[in-house]
Design a protein around this ligand. Structure first.
Ligand SMILES: NC(=O)c1ccc[n+]([C@@H]2O[C@H](COP(=O)([O-])OP(=O)(O)OC[C@H]3O[C@@H](n4cnc5c(N)ncnc54)[C@H](O)[C@@H]3O)[C@@H](O)[C@H]2O)c1
Length: 438
């Protein structure tokens, strides 16, 4: 176990961010960081950059910025690399994603067009609705993994970065479950050599990252690092992994609202969530196999939050339905519409309607920044395996076997901040506060 006030290696030199997928989220993330470097905009939505953390008692009045309290890499020290099945550079990809305004894109063009994607490891069986030419070929999946390892080495050499973190911002893969080939590292490596169909491209990236001494974050609902073989590798290599599926629009709202309703012991009969979106992510999710992966991730949230077994009178009959509709005219500006049927005193029924006209990638980009900075911190602090304290960022947080995930956004925030206090040798904050009245 990591000790309180553990020694953390300093954040010296540059930090390489390896993005798998150079689509809407990745390009919006890079653009925001580059805009901040040029002082065009602030890093809004990022806890590492904008958030404060209270230390000690309320009367101590110690509330530093998180980035001044923990030794994080500086935003100016970030260097980007990416893989994509399309050869477009980050400027072209951002223009196609249509998230950013023309004037922002043009101002950031010099920085964005420098980022050209490396050839990807891709398998059409896992993502049906898109295909592209910028793809590796190899004699088997082990060979493809070795090509990725060579890419990572080459990126390190040419950019001169000191450390790296990999984050999956690629499309959602088809739904798969754990099987024998995923059970341990030996079986997995044999599977790579035999090009076992149950090994998804995302797993090959995660394997290559960990083999190269690089921690991995999973922004999609893919199984990837949820398999024992990859977790074993992370522990052996003493590297952090976390996932899965960025918690942005609708699910973010769910994990804000549902804990509030439950705290007041209000019942819920039904929660119907519909989404319309028209970006490439929406196109991929139009395939039922990719949608199933997303659906599982979105559905698990309420069940775990509301604990219907413990509260059968309030949540025992909850009907939860989630739908995603691909609707091109909306582009990245997703509409997440929720109808919540609740009941209160004497069983009287009420309804809540929530219509979130959000921008998917604008919500996801700051999460990418925080995740790579915290994963780099974890790496330097020697934190290995699943990083549950990063649950705050994910729809389906990874947890140790036997634990249920914590979905409540405010408990997740407390867990994250208490982890930072612990790492830095500060006392935990319990919010008891009784001592102020003695
Ligand atoms: N934007 C959000 O709010 C949000 C929230 C949660 C999860 N996500 C997930 O994040 C991911 C990225 O979202 P996006 O809107 O940027 O999608 P996008 O379609 O714009 O970008 C994904 C990119 O990944 C590329 N890609 C697919 N397979 C690849 C592979 N094997 N190797 C390299 N590149 C590959 C695609 O070509 C595409 O350019 C999706 O899986 C999405 O479900 C997004």
């Amino acid at each position: 176990m990591i000790e309180k006030g553990t020694k953390i290696q300093p954040a010296e030199g540059k930090l390489g961010i390896l993005l798998v997928g150079l689509g809407a989220v990745s390009t919006t993330f890079i653009a925001g960081v580059e805009a901040a470097k040029l002082k065009r905009s602030k890093l809004i939505g990022s806890l590492t950059q904008m958030g404060h953390i209270r230390l000690g008692k309320r009367t101590d009045k110690k509330n530093p910025l998180i980035k001044d309290f923990v030794p994080l890499a500086k935003v100016e020290d970030l260097v980007f690399g990416a893989w994509d099945i399309f050869p477009d550079n980050a400027y072209e990809a951002a223009a196609k994603a249509q998230v950013l305004k023309y004037e922002d894109l043009e101002a950031l063009k010099p920085a964005l067009e420098k980022i050209k994607p490396m050839t990807a490891v891709f398998d059409q069986a896992y993502i049906k609705n898109i295909s592209g030419p910028n793809v590796k070929t190899g004699k088997n999946k082990l060979d493809l993994a070795q090509q990725l390892i060579a890419d990572i080495e080459n990126f390190k050499k040419t950019t001169g970065v000191n450390r790296m973190v990999m984050i999956w911002c690629g499309s959602t893969e088809a739904f798969i479950q754990n099987s024998e080939v995923h059970l341990n590292l030996a079986a997995f490596e044999k599977g790579l050599e035999a090009s076992d169909a149950r090994i998804a491209p995302s797993m090959i990236y995660a394997y290559a990252a960990l083999k190269s001494g690089v921690g991995y974050c999973n922004g999609a609902p893919n199984l990837t690092v949820d398999v024992p073989a990859i977790q074993q590798l992370a522990l052996e290599k003493k590297l952090p992994i976390s996932g899965k599926d960025f918690k942005t629009g609708q699910t973010l709202m769910k994990t804000v609202l549902a804990p509030g309703l439950k705290a007041r012991m209000l019942g819920i009969d039904g929660w119907f969530s519909a989404n319309i979106l028209g970006n490439r992510d929406g196109e991929v999710l139009d395939d039922p196999d990719s949608f199933k992966t997303k659906e599982e991730s979105k559905l698990s949230v309420l069940e775990t939050l509301l604990q219907p077994d413990q509260y059968p009178d309030l949540y025992g009959n909850l009907y939860h339905k989630v739908r995603i509709h691909y609707y091109p005219p909306r582009g990245d500006n997703k509409e997440g519409w929720d109808n919540i049927d609740i009941f209160g005193w004497m069983g009287y029924k009420m309804q809540i309607k929530l219509d979130f006209l959000c921008r998917d990638s604008i919500l996801a980009a700051p999460l990418v920044l925080d995740l790579v900075l915290f994963t780099d911190l974890a790496q330097r602090a020697g934190m290995k395996g699943i990083q549950e304290w990063l649950s705050f960022y994910y729809k389906s947080p990874m947890v140790a076997e036997g634990l249920y995930p914590e979905h409540n956004l405010f408990i997740q925030e407390m867990k994250l901040k208490n982890t930072l206090r612990y790492l830095m040798g500060e006392d935990q904050i319990t919010h008891l506060g009784i001592e102020y009245y003695e």
